[in-house]
Design a protein around this ligand. Structure first.
Ligand code: IPM
Ligand code: MG
Length: 360
């Protein structure tokens, strides 16, 4: 088999710590299955700004373009969050990367592990069995629309939400295809009672839905969806939505599983796909060896799925679940007065499960 070239973009905050754990796990898998993997590393985010002045330097882009897949840690630093006048921001790096690689579809699976049902702030009977995927549009909408900025006198600021038909078509088709592989239910979330872009989403999605008669298709306003995710999350199978709504709803959805630190994602489209946890750089935990690396490790599992190695993806997911069932979790998921494990201990534990083939 050919060598697999994986680009590692650890980024900021807890990014490098969790990335190390994912690499440990990928190395163990590679060893076990005799896969040849070559890593290339590149700068992104605040770290890249400090070293090169750019949050997504051209060199990093070239590294991504040449790779078979990218593992991405996190981006963001408080020194930029607290400075509204900063000209260059780390998040611009992530947005530029998604745009330049043409990664229009962000896939965020949400499910609830049986042994963590009591870790969620929500009642067990509401969340038990919840298992859905949010397909978030990733390269359009209000995060990219022009014009944007501040008036010269500083009394006004503006962002623009723009969607073109082709952008809606490709993400909606992707979501229907995803639904066809799952329970054949799709809910499109928008704000069509107020926004023109949402009304365009509705007409395009209605049209595409006709090509998928087997899929039960529904529409929901985003404010209602925010509530439904909490009161009745098991009603969802695939949710398709725009960039900002998807960003917000997936942080909300992570509450079902007990921790934001558990959720992985893949971003796919034109060029090299990226696999990243949804949580962000968690500056308060940086360097403390307490961050949950499972979202990052599960993102590596999605990477193998994407490269048509689903058995390996499943093996990684099973190893993570085994650790969760045994109570080998970081402090965000531990029960009161129970032992908690460090970031590195979780990486070691998942690796050990893989090496010892406990589940195979
Ligand atoms: C995410 C993050 C990013 C986003 C930020 C860091 C730019 O919140 O991936 O969900 O808004 O897309
Ligand atoms: Mg987000």
């Amino acid at each position: 088999m050919n060598t697999l070239n994986i680009a590692l973009l650890a980024g900021d905050g807890i990014g490098p710590e969790i990335m190390n754990q994912a690499v440990k796990v990928v190395d163990a898998i590679a060893n076990k299955h005799k896969l040849s993997i070559q890593y290339s590393t590149a700068l992104v985010g605040a770290t890249a700004i400090d070293k090169t002045g750019q949050p997504y330097p051209e060199e990093t882009h070239q590294t991504c373009m040449k790779a078979d897949a990218v593992l991405f840690g996190a981006i963001g630093h408080p020194k930029f969050d607290n400075d509204p006048n900063a000209k260059v921001r780390p998040e611009q790096g992530l947005l530029a990367m998604r745009k330049k690689l043409g990664l229009f579809a962000n896939v965020r699976p949400v499910s609830v592990y049986a042994s963590l049902l009591d870790r969620s702030p929500l009642k067990r009977e509401r969340i038990e069995g919840a298992d859905f995927v949010v397909v978030r549009e990733l390269t359009g909408g209000i995060y990219f629309g022009q014009p944007r900025g501040r008036s010269e006198d500083g009394t006004k600021a503006f962002d623009t939400c723009v969607y073109e038909v082709y952008e809606i078509e490709r993400i909606v088709k992707y979501a229907f295809e995803t639904a066809m592989q799952r329970d054949k239910k799709l809910c499109m979330v928008d704000k069509a009672n107020v926004l023109a872009t949402s009304r365009l989403w509705r007409s395009v999605t209605d049209r595409i839905a006709e090509e998928y008669p087997e899929v039960v298709y529904s529409k929901m306003f985003v404010d209602n969806a925010a509530m439904q995710l909490i009161v009745n999350p098991t009603q969802f199978d695939v949710i398709v939505t725009g960039n900002m709504f998807g960003d917000i709803l997936t942080d909300e959805a992570s509450v079902l599983g007990g921790s934001l630190g558990l959720l992985p994602s893949s971003s796919v489209g034109k060029h090299t796909a990226i696999f990243e946890p949804i949580h962000g750089s968690y500056p308060q935990a940086t360097g403390k060896n307490i961050a949950n690396p499972m979202g990052m490790i599960l993102s590596a599992a999605m990477l193998f799925d994407h490269l048509q190695m689903t058995a390996i993806g499943t093996e990684i997911r099973n190893a993570v679940e085994h650790c969760i069932n045994k109570g080998v979790v970081t402090e965000d998921l531990a029960k009161p007065n129970e032992k908690t494990y460090t970031t590195t201990e979780i990486g070691d534990a998942v690796t050990q499960v893989i090496n010892s083939s406990i589940l195979i």
